[in-house]
Design a protein around this ligand. Structure first.
Ligand SMILES: Nc1nc2c(ncn2[C@@H]2O[C@H](COP(=O)(O)OP(=O)(O)O)[C@@H](O)[C@H]2O)c(=O)[nH]1
Ligand SMILES: [Mg+2]
Length: 395
């Protein structure tokens, strides 16, 4: 799939920077993008995006210093300067793309406020689907971050064609701060979504036997709402060659402490058993957003790896297994031949009905709304008594 990425705010900008770098490294050339911020230093902090594709907005309001955690101002600035944003996107070229993906951390100010506004306008102007890749904050980041995320997310689900969520709290290790984990989390995000969004693009191995093309990703995400992604990886080594030597290729390999399932030389039924095992691990393991997978409306199963390891029967059986385990019956899938020492399975669980962290955010937002209403009532009651002799506190 050819994707136009827009990174909004600091987290969004860093992610798009990494997506484009990964794309370049693999020679795939399926991604392009721009990044947008109200803070000049954040725009300067990325490594791979050309200067002309970094857009500073809100200069008259915040003078390049950012909006802090004020997502209302973030949204206003985006709305005020939407023409400038659309011009920057058009300048980069949109005629041959399959989808837009707007990346943002939803707990802050610029991306949290700006992403929903941008999605609304992109949908009005272009025919291609508009997806959001939203990072939600861990509770330890504070109540304000959670409130910002709740507010942004509830708007975003109405404005984007689908919101794929990554939960920082599910991915940071115990005892580790969210901030110190950013780089590792971003690698996890880009690895998963890089494989998913690039599926169907021609590689030097040609296209797969059972190609997942962009229309299948689009149809899987068509139901809207919130989606989550699972991923698992396993070694695939031709005899006499180590996975480490042949490199991770598309998947960027493994980190030092990470373990892939050891490779066993297999053929036929074993080969499909290996794929089924991998898909199960992807769906039952840690998802980008922890959720009850049995509530997913649709799913997409993608198996990527060296052609010799890909197996039609394995993919078909995996699809049936996923179908048995989710709420809906629409499960799409296929393979994606790539130059890699690993086989990877990606399971996209679309339009999920139950995710505890999302429910928590929504409840928090409801409480906050009630608090505001109560304090307004209180203020109104006080003003009623201001001119009278009765002291409302001693009623
Ligand atoms: N996973 C991840 N989350 C980040 C990163 N940078 C910031 N965040 C989170 O994204 C949210 C918004 O922060 P930020 O992007 O700085 O806000 P903005 O610049 O105002 O849009 C917060 O919950 C941050 O914890 C990052 O590099 N990776
Ligand atoms: Mg920041």
């Amino acid at each position: 799939m050819r994707v136009f990425f827009i990174g909004f705010g600091q987290a969004g900008g860093k992610l798009v920077d990494m997506f484009l770098a990964q794309d370049k490294k693999t020679g795939a050339n399926s991604f392009r993008g721009i990044i947008i911020n109200t803070a000049r230093t954040d725009l300067m902090g990325v490594k791979n995006i050309p200067m002309e594709d970094r857009l500073l907005i809100g200069q008259t309001k915040v003078k390049g210093h950012g909006v802090g955690t004020d997502n209302v101002t973030g949204a206003k600035v985006a709305a005020d300067e939407i023409d400038t944003i659309i011009n920057a996107i058009d300048r980069r070229g949109t005629h041959d793309i399959d989808a837009f993906v707007v990346c943002a951390g939803l707990g802050g100010g610029t991306g949290s406020g700006g992403a929903p506004v941008l999605c609304r306008h992109l949908k009005r102007i272009y025919r291609e689907p508009v997806y959001a890749l939203g990072v939600i904050p861990a509770p330890e980041e504070g109540r304000l971050y959670s409130l910002n995320a709740a507010r942004s997310l509830s708007t975003l689900v109405n404005e984007a064609d689908n919101v794929i969520v990554f939960d920082n709290s599910a991915w940071k290790n115990d005892g580790e701060s969210v901030k110190s984990a950013y780089e590792r989390l971003n690698e996890e995000i880009v690895r998963r979504f890089g494989v998913l969004f690039r599926a169907g693009e021609v590689t030097k191995y040609g296209v797969g036997e059972m190609v997942v093309d962009s229309s299948e990703i689009i149809n899987t995400l068509r139901g809207g709402g919130i989606s989550s992604v699972g991923y698992a990886i396993s070694e695939a080594i031709p005899k006499g060659k180590s996975a480490a030597k042949s490199g991770g290729g598309l998947f960027g390999g493994l980190r030092k402490k990470e373990k892939a399932e050891p490779h066993v030389d297999i053929t036929g039924d074993d080969k499909s058993a290996k794929i089924i095992g991998l898909v199960r691990r992807a769906m039952l393991g840690r998802l980008t957003l922890p959720c009850d997978y049995s509530t997913a409306e649709r799913a997409l199963v993608l198996v990527a790896g060296p052609p010799a390891e890909l197996d039609r029967k394995g993919v078909e059986k995996s699809k049936s297994w996923v179908e048995e385990n989710i709420a809906g019956v629409e499960v799409r899938g296929g393979d994606y031949p790539v130059d890699s020492g690993y086989v990877a399975a990606v399971v996209l669980l679309a339009s999920i009905g139950n995710a505890p962290r999302i429910r928590e955010l929504m409840e928090l937002a409801k409480e906050a709304k009630e608090e505001v209403a109560k304090s307004r009532e209180r203020a109104a009651a006080v003003s009623m008594f201001e001119d009278s002799e009765v002291d409302p506190l001693f009623e």
